[in-house]
Design a binder for this molecule. Structure first.
Ligand code: SF4
Length: 301
């Protein structure tokens, strides 16, 4: 694995001040384009941030060479899908990132780069298990998280692994019909099936679930969405926390939500009785092209 391109961005003070009231405050982002031994290229990133008053280093790695899920708001699948990454390749991503960042351990490792991690179940779970149990690399990681479109059978299986993994489930719409318009996976898995599996995951592991909701104006921020989302979250504040995310890519003609729009949507949810924790996620990483949905897979020529 070889570093082909390196982009680093350090946030100026006035920009970090903008995030002061938020859960995290980004300090710097690094994105690497990595050439695999077979000539294909993937990307990985590292983020420095202050979280709850503490400086943390996070690594975000890819799990597949391309992606077959084709979510409309994401560029990672635009060049198709080729294969899964092996456990070794994922660990190599971490090693290279650590070397570039001159760090010995990351506080948090997220499997949220290119690919659907649960579609590469065995290699991803083995990688996470070794990071947690064998401590052969970066012992002392504080958290490991995985983002998924929500594959019910795999979520059920993951719950049985008894691993301390945080889950981010990409919801992004308040009903199945709307979700199908931006996430082809919604044709296969309904929101109710995903929510049921996520609840089971919580019951078996005791770990709450982050539901990720990327906001597009005129598409999924309507009053009907507020009502449906409020209904879905009702009486489940122990189980689900909501992440309202600022998009990086356009879908159709809908405008991307900005910070004020996230606040407004949050207010509407509160007025509709939502008591769950809500965080706003202004995607750090965009100055180096490492925000949500911005990682790119480049096939070998
Ligand atoms: S969001 Fe995840 S699952 Fe969807 S296309 Fe992008 S990488 Fe694939």
């Amino acid at each position: 694995m070889k570093v082909i391109n390196r982009k680093k961005y350090s946030y100026p003070r006035q920009k970090t001040d903008k995030w002061k009231k938020e859960t995290f405050q980004p300090l710097s982002d690094l994105k690497l384009r990595l050439k695999l031994d077979d000539g294909n290229m993937i990307e990985s990133a590292a983020f420095h941030m202050i979280m709850d008053g503490r400086m943390e280093e996070h690594a975000c790695i890819s799990t597949q060479v391309g992606c077959k899920y084709g979510c409309k708001f994401c560029t990672s699948g635009k060049n198709g899908y080729l294969r899964n990454l092996s456990k070794k390749e994922m660990k190599d991503e971490l090693r290279v990132l650590a070397k570039e960042e001159k760090t010995e351990k990351f506080d948090c490792i997220v499997f949220m780069g290119i690919g659907e991690p649960l579609d590469n179940y065995d290699e991803v779970v083995n990688c996470m298990r070794e990071l947690i149990e064998k401590k052969d690399l970066y012992s002392g990681i504080r958290r490991i998280a995985l983002a998924t479109v929500g594959i019910p059978d795999s979520l059920n299986k993951l719950a049985e692994e008894k691993l301390p993994i945080d889950l981010w489930v990409s919801l992004h719409a308040s009903d199945d019909e709307k979700r199908k318009k931006i996430m082809p996976a919604a044709n296969k898995y309904s929101i109710s099936e995903i929510i049921k599996s996520a609840e089971d995951y919580y019951k078996k592991t005791g770990r709450f679930i982050w539901l990720n909701y990327m906001l597009f104006l005129g598409f999924n921020n309507l009053n009907e969405d507020v009502k449906k989302l409020a209904n879905l979250l009702k009486d489940k504040k122990e189980i689900f926390k909501l992440i309202l995310t600022e998009p990086n890519n356009d879908i159709d003609n809908y405008q991307k939500a900005g910070y004020g729009d996230l606040l407004e949507f949050e207010d509407k949810l509160r007025n509709n009785g939502v008591e769950n924790e809500i965080v706003r996620f202004m995607t750090a990483g965009k100055d180096v092209g490492a925000g949500c949905g911005e990682f790119v897979f480049i096939p070998k020529k």
